[in-house]
Design a protein around this ligand. Structure first.
Ligand code: M6R
Length: 364
């Protein structure tokens, strides 16, 4: 089943152009997201939605965090994002007009399912699931469903499930934005970015050889710091989680603006710092954060897009294709997946079945 690939994780990383194309299939036509993708009642439910509560665990939570930025910025609708194991054990205040959105690859994660069930008795507009398994408990329990269509994911470390979640959530954010009257040009640009994604992903995966070379340096490290801003802060979190999960290197992600508030004290020549640096409205701020890292002697790995490659002082620079706000979190996730993969292979860990972890956490 793994075919030519040494591990399922590597196979699943390389399936992403197709998986994302499948997520988009039949959901965009004539430059528009098709409202029917969410089911027949969706139009009326979205009209009533004026805030969103996202609940998920692990990698799915990171997808939710990215979606939170999109939903507030594009749809102009307030969005909260919370870990399911926290949400389910507190007493959340539900404002009228709030849509509950659970995100889960497996659809069987105990905490996410419990949160969804708990939400039933509350005053939500509806409960929606973004999920990869059609017959799962979370899908059965939800009124609105958007399937990610990633296909089976065997590797414990989530890869194509994450990027297809991002794409499904981008479709949802655009659809909600349309229902809330987003300006037509911005909407059209968002749709166009999604349509171009499968090609951009395929192009980015060709950087595999360069990323493997970076991994050689990395494999002997004990710690790593991942930095990003905006939607790329949760992308940095996802990169850190991948590295921890399969290579057992201690990794942490910070919003780059937080560096001076503590983590900068950790930076010295033994601390690799990975910066997720697409050319968005925060790039100049990020560049000055990175100068602080360099000034402390930290070994800087900058993942930039071709439009910012110049004027960035780093030990290692990986140049990715330029892309817009919806495409960038997907594209910038890919080198982080590959970096974690190659580091784990070099360290000789069990990539597909990391110690102490299960693919689906069905008990708390
Ligand atoms: O099936 P789910 O998306 O609900 O699973 C949630 C997490 O357990 C999962 O994303 C986990 O964090 C991954 N193994 C990370 O790679």
């Amino acid at each position: 089943e793994r075919g030519e690939y040494r591990h399922y994780m590597l196979k699943e990383i390389h399936e992403q152009p197709q998986a994302v194309a499948d997520t988009l299939e039949g959901r965009i036509a004539g430059g528009h997201v098709l409202t029917q993708m969410l089911g027949v009642d969706a139009e009326a439910l979205l009209a009533r939605t004026d805030s969103v509560q996202i609940v998920a665990c692990g990698t799915s939570y990171h997808a939710g965090l990215v979606a939170g930025y999109w939903i507030e910025s594009f749809a102009g609708v307030p969005c909260k994002v919370e870990i399911a194991s926290e949400y389910r054990y507190r007493n959340p205040v539900v404002r009228a007009g709030t849509l509950f959105l659970g995100i889960s690859q497996s659809g069987e994660t105990a905490d996410t399912l419990a949160a969804l069930k708990m939400a039933k008795g509350r005053d939500y507009v509806a409960r929606m699931a973004v999920c990869n398994v059609p017959e799962s408990s979370i899908v059965r329990e939800s009124e609105l469903v958007l399937m990610t269509r990633a296909g089976p994911e065997i590797g414990v470390a989530s890869t194509k499930a994450f990027t297809t979640q991002l794409v499904a959530l981008a479709l949802f954010a655009l659809e909600l934005a349309r229902a809330k009257g987003l300006d037509a040009a911005r909407y059209a640009d968002g749709v166009r970015q999604l349509e171009q994604l499968p090609g951009l992903i395929a192009q980015t995966l060709k950087l595999d050889g360069q990323i493997r070379a970076l991994a050689e340096n990395f494999a002997a490290k004990q710690h790593a710091l991942f930095l990003g801003r905006g939607t790329h802060w949760p992308v940095a979190m996802e990169g850190a989680l991948k590295l921890k999960e399969i290579s057992y290197i201690h990794a942490e992600a910070y919003a780059a603006g937080e560096l001076k508030h503590g983590p900068l004290a950790l930076v010295d020549k033994d601390m690799p710092v990975i910066a997720v640096a697409p050319n968005d409205h925060l790039i100049d701020k990020l560049k000055s954060n990175l100068e602080e890292v360099r000034a402390r002697g930290g070994e800087l790995y900058a993942f930039v897009d071709e439009t910012v490659a110049h004027g960035l002082d780093a030990d290692h620079v990986l140049t990715l294709p330029a892309c817009g706000e919806f495409a960038a979190p997907v594209v910038f996730t890919l080198p982080l997946q590959l970096l974690a993969y190659h580091v784990a292979v070099l360290r000789g860990t069990d990539v597909d079945q990391p110690r102490n972890l299960a693919k689906s956490v069905t008990v708390e």
